[in-house]
Design a protein around this ligand. Sequence first.
Ligand code: DON
Length: 562
Amino acid sequence: MKRFFVLLLAATVLACQTSRQEKVVGLMTDSAMVVSAHALASQVGTDIMKRGGNAIDAAIATHFALAVVFPAAGNIGGGGFMVIRMKDGSTTTLDFREKAPAAATTEMYLDKEGNVIPELSTQGHLASGVPGSVDGMAAAHKKYGTLPWKELVQPAIDLALGGFTLSEREAAWFNEMKEDLIKYNTVTPDFLIRDLWQAGDTIKWTELGHTLELIRDQGRAGFYEGITAEHLVAEMQRGKGLITLEDLKSYASVWRDPIIANYKEYKIISMPPSSSGGVCLVQLLKSVEPFPVKDWGFNTVKTIHLMTEAERRVYADRSIYLGDPDFYTAPIKQLIEDQYNDERMSTFDPTRATPSAEVKAGVIVGYESEETTHFSIVDPQGNAVAVTTTLNGWFGSHVVVPGAGFFLNNEMDDFSAKPGVPNMFGVVGAEANKIEPNKRMLSAMTPTILEKDGRLFMVVGSPGGSTIITSVFQVILNVVEHEMGMQEAVNAKRVHAQWLPDAIIPETGALSKKDSLTLVSLGHTITPRRSIGRVDAILVLPDGKLEAGADYSRGDDAAKGF
Ligand code: DON
């Protein structure tokens, strides 16, 4: 009976849709490009490269600009990951993920009976980890920057103090979060509250602009010490949060070796833990590599069935094996080996879905939404940077630091508050991702760079919680297997699946009615969703020109370059 309703739902919601988008071409440039969630931020990064800055300089400037013009996810109060490939082929990654405050405890979100207290890890002061973004930008600049730091922060200051206009989408977000702003702040951020924000309204962030001036003049100390740190800690004390001056002062981002693996003739360079992104992406690619995905075609029944079966196995592994590498040793080498993934796929049956309960017992994994941001950059020398950064939820914990004007993250929710109990997006974890003082919470962010024949080929990434990994996976397959251009690959409809819930989650329009029915007949459940991910990517074409894939149909994303 349940199957019948699912069938009906699939039939009605997915009717009359085509699975492959019309051929479109993204912005093409000769040598330099920024693709981000906001046109103004992409322009800031492009201008830096016009002035001679490299991709890392541009990334720093773009990051700070996003903290102003895309405050729902762009941030100085959050954290993220950066993957770098220099023109000489050398690669590295920077982990500027938030950390649990020193006073955090494994049981901090549990009541006396040991049950998770709703919202404690998602809203308000206790939800925040120690921010990593400003330290990350400073560390990246120290190692790779070529232009003076001040020049990289200044454009964001100009945007904050000069103001910028809201798009329709942005006005809607500000309207939607009004009540939360009033509820969760000890000092209501009046400048963010209007009866009704409308597209075209100008917003100025004076306090944020002044905080950015301190960061411009003092570097990381402008955030982690002095007035900004004092404002943050005072707000923590008023709101019973945990972050202390010592937590801020001692925060340090970490350079880590990338996850590197081959998929056919492509080299994948991606983020290691504390993000699960790189490991899971490689596992997914390895799992499908032996199958003729190209012949089976884009979003066909065979391809979707195969991807779903790979995804449920990989996400089951994720829930058990991955966590902060400084606290928990994950079997990474084994997880990304061909043999291991072949073995995992040995139970793949082309004629039937494997119930997730058969793959791994127990715990429930849900999915996450799009409240993060990714940008991709290539500079004229051929250096490439992929950055994904987040406050976690939309506008993070909803707490704006009074006097300093920035949103704080609610990243603590990415920890497993209790083994087997899902977080706000339904993700579970266990020992590897339990809360411990000064530990980084597990992420799904997947900033990734691809090489082909030793040359830069693609820069890619996405927001979307656990759907980040599958969005990046699909966009890569769209280009390398389904022969799409970059914009076409980004526009193409996505289909997500993970271990649990035991379901295929297609974007509306991703699957034809007939294919949906066939998948249901194989034993799959289908639960459509309006939108998945927000990929911003760059493809290097054979003649060296760049093609953008900006996710303008799912957000306000835009490419700029020259
Ligand atoms: O790090 C992570 O995986 C999540 N905090 C990312 C969150 C995200 O993409 C937005 N919303 N779910």
